[in-house]
Design a protein around this ligand. Structure first.
Ligand code: KG4
Ligand code: ZN
Length: 332
């Protein structure tokens, strides 16, 4: 089954063709450069940029896959969670295409997409499917959810952030340090030449719970930056490395504990922050359960993950397939 899948929940326009939920035939992603100037996403600008990009990117994806619309079996799009204007552009474009081509439309939960990115491949050899049950950490610019995936499309929320999302914390601290947007990759790059032990920052521990809290870490980083600036030059690399250490340790500790408590067969990561190398390493170091992480380009928003999730939602009709666009939509 070939699915043409569209992702427009935030600031990447993604269109992909995915076969049987796993094999990537095409995956075109356009990151909106318009937000660099504002250092953050302006929702209306994002919606307009999606509208501009969708037609050429859809043509490109079909051409990369060597297909035409009539070779496709279904059309999928993200219907939430995300920026409502951005979601409406992609979902309505997909519904219009589906109607014109006489194909079924499949609405996809963006967070489910981040989880199913772990099923994708574009290699000659077919990697084995992740084994379930699994503990999954979905960490993006808007979400930090720790979930137990009991079976396909059966998720149980273990914990989530009670304030900022992990990616949001990366973006805000990057901004404090005068680094570019998005901040995650900038912090990771800058931290490589820094000393992670330079400044101990609080991990904002919430004991006996799987919830996270990052606003305290953000405030402590702000205070640290201001006091260092007052003393003279800001050691950007050392602060970036210290911040990255604090946040990755907080995430890794709870992932490892959840994996042990639930006796799972796999630990999976998803979402933009999962692209972070030190986070992967820290989780690997703390658990003996096999770790699956998509390659970095499949951790950040893309159409292929939506195609994968759409396929498994058609195959395992265990839960509702959403069709209405909603800005908030829980995974579990
Ligand atoms: O999943 P995603 O592309 O979009 C959302 O659904 O939000 O995640 C974007 C977030 C941004 O906050 C970005 O700074 C972060 O993921 N990110 C990273 C890295 N690459 C992207 N954070 C840490 N390390 C990275 N290498
Ligand atoms: Zn995302």
């Amino acid at each position: 089954m070939r699915i043409l899948a569209i992702e427009t929940s935030c600031d990447e326009t993604g269109v992909a063709v995915v076969e049987d939920g796993r094999r990537i035939r095409a995956n075109v992603v356009a990151s909106q450069a318009a937000h660099q100037a504002t250092g953050g996403i302006v929702p209306e600008v994002a919606a307009r940029e999606h509208l501009r990009a969708l037609d050429p990117i859809t043509q490109q994806a079909l051409s990369d896959a060597g297909m035409e619309l009539r070779d496709v079996d279904a059309i999928a799009a993200t219907v939430g969670p995300g920026l409502i204007g951005a979601l409406l552009v992609g979902a309505n474009y997909a519904r219009g295409l589906a109607l014109a081509a006489g194909l079924p439309f499949v609405g996809v939960n963006h967070l489910e997409g981040h989880v199913y990115a772990n099923w994708l491949y574009d290699t000659e050899t077919v990697p084995p499917e992740p084994e379930l049950p699994a503990v999954v950490l979905v960490v993006s610019g808007a979400h930090s959810d720790l979930v137990l995936m009991e079976a396909h499309r059966r998720f149980r929320l273990l914990g989530r952030t009670i304030d900022d999302a992990a990616g949001e914390a990366f973006d805000k601290v990057a901004r404090l340090l005068g680094l570019g947007f998005p901040g995650g990759p900038e912090i990771e790059r800058t931290a490589k030449s820094g000393d992670a032990a330079a400044y101990p920052l609080p991990k904002a521990w919430l004991p006996d719970r799987y919830d996270f809290s990052f606003s305290g870490l953000k405030t402590a980083s702000l205070r640290l930056v201001r006091s260092l600036e007052a003393k003279g030059d800001l050691p950007v690399a050392d602060v970036a490395a210290s911040f990255q250490k604090a946040i990755t340790e907080a995430l890794a500790e709870k992932v490892a504990r959840a994996a042990a408590e639930h006796g799972v067969r796999t630990v999976m990561l998803g979402g933009g922050v999962a692209a972070n190398g030190p986070l992967r390493a820290e989780i690997q170091r703390r658990t003996s359960v096999p770790l699956r992480v998509p390659p970095p380009r499949l951790c950040t928003d893309n159409g292929a993950m939506i195609g994968a999730a759409a396929f498994f939602s058609l195959r395992h009709r265990t839960g509702e397939i959403p069709t209405l666009v909603r800005s908030s939509m829980p995974l579990a």
